[in-house]
Each structure stands twice: as structure tokens, then as C-alpha cells.
Ligand binder design. Sequence first.
Ligand SMILES: Cc1cc2nc3c(=O)[nH]c(=O)nc-3n(C[C@H](O)[C@H](O)[C@H](O)COP(=O)(O)OP(=O)(O)OC[C@H]3O[C@@H](n4cnc5c(N)ncnc54)[C@H](O)[C@@H]3O)c2cc1C
Length: 469
Amino acid sequence: MTLKGLYNVYLVLASFSSVHAATVNTPKVIERDVIIIGGGAAGSHTAFRLQQDYNKSIVLIKKGSILGGHGDTYLDTSTTPSTPREYGVQVYFPYLDGLDFISRFNLTLLPGLDPRGSTTTRNIDFSTGLELPSNYTSPDPSRITSAIIRFHNLMVSQGWDKMIEPGFWNLPPGPQIPADLLLPIGEFAKKWNVTEALPRIPAWMKVLYGEVGMYHIQGGNQLLYEAIYARLGAAENVLLNSLVSSVRRPENADDKRDIEVTIKTTTLSSTTRNTTTTIIRARNLLLANPPTRENLAPFDLDSLESHLFSRAEYGRYGTAIVSSPVLPRGYELHNTPILAAIDPNKPFINEPHVLEFASYGNDSDLFSIGTSGSGLAYGEFDERAATKVAQKSLERMVDAGTVKVPDGKEGGGDKKLKVVEYLDHGPGGFGVSAEEMKAGWMEKVYGLQGKRGTWYTGNAIAIDFSTQL
Ligand SMILES: Cc1cc2nc3c(=O)[nH]c(=O)nc-3n(C[C@H](O)[C@H](O)[C@H](O)COP(=O)(O)OP(=O)(O)OC[C@H]3O[C@@H](n4cnc5c(N)ncnc54)[C@H](O)[C@@H]3O)c2cc1C
């Protein structure tokens, strides 16, 4: 189990035990050059480089109990030796000097994905629990690859790749953004005959057709983030389980006051849940967490900041490690809507759903799942809602006879999905409409960089891969 898992178990136990809340009222005051909010790939990397390579004093604020954001690793102790099971970030792509950063921690990068046992894919419509007809054939991989190559060549020949990678600072001003880049992705794909590439474009295209390789960290992603945590100075410079409660920033360039951020940190002992307050003063503040309305609520946003960030749209998604006696070892059960039997490129699911139950192989009871809160507002799709959707999908498959309750295990309880560990990936698809982009949303957001001592980074405003970030 990961440190995060242990902490979560402790939180649950604490809520049922005699642990009671206590608040320490004397705030600690600290001063730093830079305050960094968000300890995912972007925040952890920036904190490390500022401190180690630019000699800046930093403090990194992290909502959860470990660094790493999307890159959590579950340590499966049911095997000997224990097996790291990735259920967020899987691989790192060589992009500029991105991989060199990982090598600074004496970690070993191995080619390809972290190996899982071999699996067989079954296509099941999770809304009915029924398997697709036996004459259903998945899209031909070679056609997908050719579509990806066409897509990539198009981006390069038009110069569009340079506008979006690794960040969006090379996009032309709003009105001059190529109209094609603002089309809904389905229309774009149809226009340029690349529709077959769509299911795979969340991955980096160059990797998909083999121009560049991909690597995983031997022993798991968490080794990287544990090493960063230790080298940053652990609790001295990284405040885990901490949330911003209020922020005061200079009003304008003439206002020479420091930024002041008040943080509430929750710590647990065997008998008490303590909330401590830290006031941090600094010249610069870096937002490396997604600039959602929820995250920005404690900030003293001015009218331009409020206007820009209120325009963003986003949903929420998560991944988890789960098990159930009903789930067949060695299988990947893909959520494939029945419409795919007519057109494999057609189905987009616009309601909360599970993407797949993917076995870690014949020697494991564990499965990874991806969950999407598609169609729901951000706050409506938390771990509880995601688990409910996954449980329902499982029950439908049992009721339809697509998966079987093992012999001697009838009685209902065995249909229950056990969530071993859940990772909230926060906002998915953070972005704005084509109209907002034409009106210059992205350039105005980049124009905020450095104003009021505040800087922005992360996947909300740059390409969404770890090494590029
Ligand atoms: C399931 C999944 C698989 C992926 N696989 C890959 C892959 O194989 N290869 C790859 O290159 N990329 C992959 N990605 C994309 C990659 O994970 C992201 O591009 C990258 O991690 C984003 O880093 P970030 O620092 O911008 O954001 P995040 O990693 O989301 O970091 C933001 C951090 O801010 C914290 N936070 C949020 N709100 C607050 C708050 N109010 N206060 C304090 N902290 C807060 C969060 O807890 C989080 O730690 C994957 C993403 C997902 C979701």
C-alpha cells in the first residue's frame, strides 16, 4: 500500500474512533522567495529546479498526502516481491531534457510500459452489461496508425504543432488562430480524414507510430516523487494535506507589499485531528494546480482574473485499483457502446461512465479502472459517485450473464466492487470555447504571467504530458 493509502485508511479509522478535532491557533509565519501551489508534475519539477538550480527558497503546498498528482503508484503486497502497479501516469516520453530530470534522482528508466500480465480484450456495453455481437470487429490497428501518421503530418505541414507544444504561448493572437484548430475535434477529424486516429490521440502521436520511444520508472512513479520530496527538504519546505484559505497579493506594480498566503494543514495523531495555520510571505506565487473556480475561490482575484477563469469548462475523472470475485483475471473489459457495431468511431459517452476494467494479469486479482464524470458538473463526480457508477456497471454485466459469480459464491455480497485505492485526477479537459479562444482567452491568460507576483503553469494551460510540462 502507498503512503497515501495508509493515510486514507487512517483518516477513515480516525473518523470512527475517539479522535477529536483540535485547532492550534498560533499561526506559524514563514518567508520564502516562491510559494508553489500544487505538487503534481509541474509544481514538483518547478520547486526542485528553483531550489536546486536557481538557489531560491521555496515552499510547496500540496492538497493531498503525497507529491505526484496523476502519477500515483499502488504497491501490491500480495505478490513476492511486492509489485508496483501504476494506475495513473504510465510512461514518460523523451521530450527535450525531460528524461534527464528523472535521471537526476538515480532512477532507472526502462523502455516501454511497466509490464502487466497478458490480457484478452472483451468489448462490453456497460450501459446494458451485454457483450458486443461476435461479428463485431475492433478498428484495424494498421488503419489507426495510418490515420495517426496523417494527423501528425498535417500538424507539422501546417505548422500547427509549433503552436501548441509544449505550451500555447506560440499561438497567434485570438482572431488569427487557424479556424481548423477551433473546430470541434470530430469535425476537424472528418474534414482531414483522420477520424480513425481519434480514440488514440490522448497519447503523444509521435509515440503511437514509433518515431520516439516511451519509458517507465523501474519501481514506479512514486519513487520519483518520494525522492523530490526528500531532496526539497520534506516537511520543512513541502506542506502536505494543506489548502489555501486566503491570499493577499499586491494590487498593482506600485504596490510593493509581499504576497501573503494563509494555509491550513490537517495532521492526525492517534487521538487528535489538528488543523494548523501557516502564513507564508513571498515575492512570487506560482499556481501549479488547475485554475478551477474551486481552487481560485480563496484568491483575491481582480476583475480580469475572475472574468478569464470563470470562462473555463471542465469535468472530472479518476482512476482506481479495484477487485471483485466477479471480474475475470486476465481480461480487459472495455466499455464499448453497442453503436460501435455500426460505426467503431462513433460512440462518445456523454454520461458518467467507467472506461474499462483492466486486469493486471492472470496472477493478480487487481484491476485498474478509469472513470469519467462526463455530463456532470465538477463537484458532482467525486470518488463516491465514481464508485457507484463502477458498481452499477459490474452488476449489469452479472445480471446479463456476461461475467459470472464464481461457483459457491452466490448471495449478492460477492458482486460488490472493492475499491483498493482511488486517485482523483481532478479537472479533465480544462479549456474554453472556440469563441473565447478567438476573443484571445489564451493570450490574456499568458498575459497574466508575473502580474501581481503570480505565475501559472501546468496542464490547464500547456500540453498535457509529464515530460513536456
Ligand atoms: C490517468 C492519467 C494517465 C496519464 N498518463 C500519462 C502518461 O502515461 N504519460 C504522460 O506523460 N502523461 C500522462 N498523463 C498526463 C499527465 O499526468 C499530466 O500531464 C501531468 O501529470 C499534469 O501535471 P500538472 O502538474 O500540471 O497537474 P497535476 O498532476 O494534476 O498536479 C496538480 C496538483 O495540484 C494539486 N492541487 C489541486 N488543487 C489544489 C489546491 N487547491 N491546493 C493545493 N494543491 C492542489 C493536486 O492534488 C495535484 O497534485 C496522464 C494523466 C492521467 C489523468
